[in-house]
Write a protein that binds this ligand. Structure first.
Ligand SMILES: Cc1cc2nc3c(=O)[nH]c(=O)nc-3n(C[C@H](O)[C@H](O)[C@H](O)COP(=O)(O)OP(=O)(O)OC[C@H]3O[C@@H](n4cnc5c(N)ncnc54)[C@H](O)[C@@H]3O)c2cc1C
Length: 523
């Protein structure tokens, strides 16, 4: 392979790598994609197995996935094994790094909540003075969002709220259930908007790189892809300073290989892209690479019961469905003890109640469970974690992965801003639920550890100033013009929104820019 020079080398096959491959190959550019894990047959491989067929009978092999709260033995092969690819952190401040290395990455399993950032995020500093503005605004990304929403078939309803920008939606004409109508009415009394959620419908139950993006790229005949190879390092041509080669290892045979490339597009997922650049000692003249790690705070919320649905009285007209309360704090007024804001995911369910919601046991507990069955209503926070310089990743020189690649050390913790925001989210949820006439059964004020949202962002942030940012507004390295990072590493701030629509829209925008720069001979 060392003899061949590929036009564009794409590292990673998830949402971001898939979009880069689609755009570049459709412009006639040859691409090689390397991916660290195997190709999965998602439908076949996710068929449930009975517990007796599992070596640990559903209880999981100890030590493989201690930070993946989403894992169990039934889906254990989905996630990156933490013993094979370890990372380190201060035990007082753990980080839940949730990774997928299958071909298609996390796009195979995401929950598909699909939102745009607003200018309250892109221009956050202008609004409240904290952090930095992005070098782009919603108007720059809006045309790309529209095209991405069409590909992913985002279902939604136009709400006309500046903090919850409307998009190019498959219309959501579903009616509200009775309990949601009561929650909406409570929101109106308190000046809090309650909207329809927005989700990617995808095709055949999948909204992934492997079914919505990569087939178009392969159809051009311009894409080659190699699974099961782990990229360990990039190197530069000493004369030009341009990146010119990637060194990688076959994860099974451990054979070392390399490939020369005219352009490298990193799409390995925020922290793996940053780890690769830090291990390569590249593109960090600013010194901010690895810094400003952010995500969303998850966990706090409430569980309620809708009294009219108890004792077998739940009907589909009363119970069920979901809603989204978009950010409403710090828009036109100022919250007293935190900046930025949060959204609430709202769900109603006819499923059995979790026994942990009741301070009872034995017969009394069983009676409660029977009575409350099918009357569930819950809220949970998605809150912006501030992008702070001190929340950062670096290379831990003492720990390596299964292929001797130095591991990442993650140092991040929540501050009063996140804790106060979480408290406000729970207290506001209680006020809304009580105004709607629901009984609040349990409340949780404690955030899950950072990383739990699976939305790690930042660490190679974009900006206009090469002294304070790693990438320019086109996701192109300030230092090395033939190096692009198209995953969530480019984010300047996290926002409350699930980030994937923004990641994919920015990957599309960067790839079109790159194609044009290549056409003009600038890259
Ligand atoms: C359960 C779950 C629910 C989610 N729900 C939502 C949601 O509702 N809404 C939302 O917006 N987002 C959601 N997300 C997050 C979303 O999946 C990610 O934001 C998005 O998929 C990231 O795409 P990516 O291409 O940047 O990275 P990834 O999907 O992580 O892809 C990176 C790829 O790079 C490869 N790679 C890594 N390192 C190397 C290396 N050294 N060499 C070669 N290849 C490498 C990996 O094999 C992987 O396939 C969810 C994620 C999960 C897991």
């Amino acid at each position: 392979m060392a003899e061949e020079t590929v036009d564009v080398l794409i590292i990673g096959s998830g949402h971001s790598g898939g979009m880069a491959a689609k755009i570049l190959t459709e412009k006639g550019i040859s691409c090689l994609m390397l991916n660290a894990g195997p190709v999965a047959d998602v439908h076949k491989d996710t068929e449930p197995k009975p517990a007796y067929a599992l070596p640990f009978r559903g209880f999981s092999q100890p030590g493989r996935l201690p930070h993946v709260f989403q894992s169990n033995e039934f889906n254990a092969n989905t996630w990156v094994d933490e013993r094979e690819v370890p990372y380190t952190y201060d035990p007082q401040h753990p980080y839940n790094w949730v990774r997928v290395r299958l071909f298609g990455g996390r796009s195979l399993f995401w929950s598909r909540q699909s939102f745009r950032l607003s200018d309250y995020e892109f221009k956050g500093k202008s609004h409240d003075g904290f952090g930095d503005d992005w070098p782009i605004a919603l108007a720059d990304v809006a045309p790309y969002y529209s095209r991405v929403e069409a590909i992913f078939r985002v279902q939604g309803r136009a709400d006309g709220l500046p903090q919850y920008p409307d998009g190019n939606f498959v219309p959501d004409d579903s009616p509200w259930t009775g309990c949601m109508q009561r929650f909406i009415a409570a929101g109106k009394q308190m000046g809090i908007p309650v909207c329809k959620p927005r989700n990617s419908l995808g095709v055949d139950g999948l909204a992934s790189s492997v079914n919505l993006l990569l087939p178009d790229a392969f159809a051009t005949g311009k894409l080659k892809a190699i699974p099961n190879v782990v990229v360990r390092e990039l190197s530069v041509d000493k004369k030009t300073g341009l990146v010119n080669e990637a060194h990688f290892v076959d994860r099974i045979s451990r054979r070392e290989m390399s490939v020369k490339a005219r352009v490298v597009v990193l799409a390995a997922g925020t922290l793996e892209s940053t780890r690769l650049l830090l291990n390569s000692r590249l593109a960090n003249s600013s010194g901010v690479m690895g810094h400003y790690l952010a995500d969303q705070v998850y966990g706090p919320g409430i569980v309620c019961s809708v009294p009219e649905a108890r004792d077998g009285r739940a009907t589909p007209e009363l119970i069920g469905g979901g809603a989204l309360v978009p950010r409403f704090r710090n828009i036109n007024s100022k919250a007293k003890n935190f900046i930025r804001g949060y959204a609430l995911n709202v769900h109603s369910s006819t499923r059995p109640m979790d026994p942990r919601n009741f301070a009872a046991y034995g017969e009394e507990l069983q009676n409660k469970l029977d009575s409350y069955n099918g009357s569930g209503f819950s809220t949970s926070i998605m809150g912006e974690v501030l992008a702070r310089y001190e929340n950062h990743v670096s290379i831990d020189q003492k720990v390596v992965d299964a292929w001797d690649i130095p591991a990442l050390r993650i140092e991040t913790k929540y501050t009063d801003n996140e804790f106060n925001m979480a408290r406000d989210a729970v207290d506001t949820s209680i006020a809304l639920a009580e105004a709607a006439g629901f009984e609040v059964l349990s409340r949780n004020y404690d955030p899950n550890p950072p990383g739990y949202s699976i939305h790690e962002l930042g660490t190679c942030r974009m900006g206009n100033d090469p002294k304070t940012s790693v990438l320019n507004k086109w996701s192109q390295s300030h230092d090395i013009k033939n190096l692009f990072v198209v995953d969530g590493a480019s984010f300047v701030s996290a926002g409350w929104q699930n980030p994937t629509m923004t990641i994919v829209a920015l990957a599309m925008r960067a790839s079109e820019y790159l194609a044009e720069q290549m056409r003009q001979g600038n890259v």
